[in-house]
Design a protein around this ligand. Sequence first.
Ligand SMILES: [Zn+2]
Ligand SMILES: [Zn+2]
Length: 364
Amino acid sequence: MSQKSDYYEVLGVSRTASSDEIRKAYKQAALKYHPDRNPGDPSAEAKFKEATEAFSVLSDDDKRQRYDQFGHAGLEGMGGFDFQNVDIFSQFQDLFADFFGGFGGAPRSRRNGPQRGADLRVQQRLTLTEAYQGCKKEIAVRAPSPCETCQGTGAAAGSGREVCSTCRGSGQVSNARGFVMFTTTCPTCRGEGSVLRQPCEVCRGAGQVEKSRKVLVTFPAGIDAGQRLRVPGQGVAGVRNGPAGDLYVDVDLDADERFERDGLDLITRASISFADASLGTKLKLPMLDDSSIEVAIPAGTQPGDVLTLKGKGMPRVDGRGRGALHVVVQVAVPKRISRRAEGLLRELEQELQQTQVEKRASGS
Ligand SMILES: [Zn+2]
Ligand SMILES: [Zn+2]
């Protein structure tokens, strides 16, 4: 992977910049480097893309938080910013209409050619074990897909398309208002420049039909509730061979019986006997996967004492280490005991009290 610039530096804002400041900084950079204003200048285009990428991350609260925490690595796998799959001009069309509208420049029309499909959003529940180990899941998605009968063209067999007579194929019509010419999308062909001679019977000319399919999604170890995965190209199919949208998977976690999660840390309870608490012991603690770890309980451990084992908690999504495991110790008191045990306990109690009296008498 090539070295990436810091997003805050790219936009020239501080790490504490408000969303308004970020938007303003991006607007300035976008106006300066927009390809329409710098035709044939690859360095301007590179700067424009860099600024757009920085803005796409810093303007998204989720992504910004991840970036602040983990840097560029935090955005990998979570679906960072991928120019191969995102058409920045249509993605940010609203923004550009807003930015460039005031300059009289017509917003870039993409309706003539292929159109990018819409994004899809689904929710997926995982067990804590699945989040701990990472997992792959097949997610059922129902969305418009290319119509097989017409191969996505929308035209009935052998009929094809003909040039739109309203705009003569340009997809745009111009109207004069005063001294200024305004160009708008052709209403007849909706900007496509051509119309269907005879629509396909299956999709009624849309070129798409609703279909169910399964998408294999990889959930990285350490993923947490409230996080979102992006699967590029698995959203709604594009129109006329345009790129498909993305699939976003919102993750939720089921509660676990034995382990509680607190960010990267895990909390669990372990019950030991009074004798083990007094003498110390080693405990075999089964973990969320099939493994188990040995926990050393020191002599004199009190009920409620917490033993912290670093590096035994949840893995970080970026693979750089793990949180801690906190073991809350409970001391089990037997409810029913044998006569012999009762005798031994009374003897022990006497011995313990004797030790106390002797300790006090010797002044320690
Ligand atoms: Zn037309
Ligand atoms: Zn069709």
